[in-house]
Ligand binder design. Sequence first.
Ligand code: URA
Length: 323
Amino acid sequence: MMFEYSAGAFIYRNDGDGGNAKRLFLFLIKPNNDLDVPKGHVEEGENAEMAAKREILEESGIEAEFIPGFMAYTEYYFYMDGKKVLKKVRYFLSKVSGSHVKISYEHKGYEWLEAAAAIRKLHYRNMKELVAKADEYAEKHELMLKLNREYANLPAKAERWRLSKRFVPGEGPLDAKVFLLGQAPGLNEDKLGRPFVGRSGKLLDTMISKAGLKRSKVYIASAVQYYPPKNREPTKEEIALCRDFVSRQIAIIKPEYVVLMGNTAAESMLDFRGVETRHGEIIEKDGVKYLVTLHPAAVVRFKKKGRMMEDDFRLLGRLLRKK
Ligand code: URA
């Protein structure tokens, strides 16, 4: 069988502000009046992302940046010169601020449509499902942006702030099945503004693989998303100050499991400490399933504890596969 690869993107913008804002997606109108999104062949020497950006520029005049974490594919068969071809299309998600579009000769026009209106107009079921998926992801992206803007403003609002002022937000796909919660950023994370990039991060990657997952498929955050100077443990007050933000991040992502790594994470979400005696437990609270385990730093320090954490991540893998 022959294969053909294409790449494109769902491009959206917010029309209006606040509660009345509408989310509009860009659709190009083909000569037969069907709607499509900018997309085209992945040429030799290109990857999907490069191809999608080039096609978007050619077909809409937009220089797109992609929202990390969104992954959508379709595939379908067609016949070319009597031969069956499997075509795979990878879609990205992009947000733009303006409504200006410059179409190419390939299309006769364009429309900015809300997802529901587009779904009514589109013919193919897979395209309808993809628009719904892109809309859902865009909603999560907008909610997370708003929440993280508020969280990033915390040092300016607090009366007494003893943590670093650099916000280190969670990272990963907003539709992840697993939300990993650590303690607080370390010095490396504070420098780079990303969670788990140091030695604990390396160990965490190994644990993630024990669950049959990849880092790019899980959401990773800390119970306190600011570096405590000298790498001290966050205080009770600091944990409490950040608790609501973490709960709201979990509510946006709606993972199947939240993995509480270490005592700070367990205290933050379930108000207990002593993860080494309770590791491997699944605890359900307010509709969220938590799996208790150790913090990777504990394993970096005491290699012998690795077995406990590994067992917990293997359990996580089995639970995910059971569904
Ligand atoms: N430990 C954490 O708990 N979070 C990080 O981001 C890094 C190390």
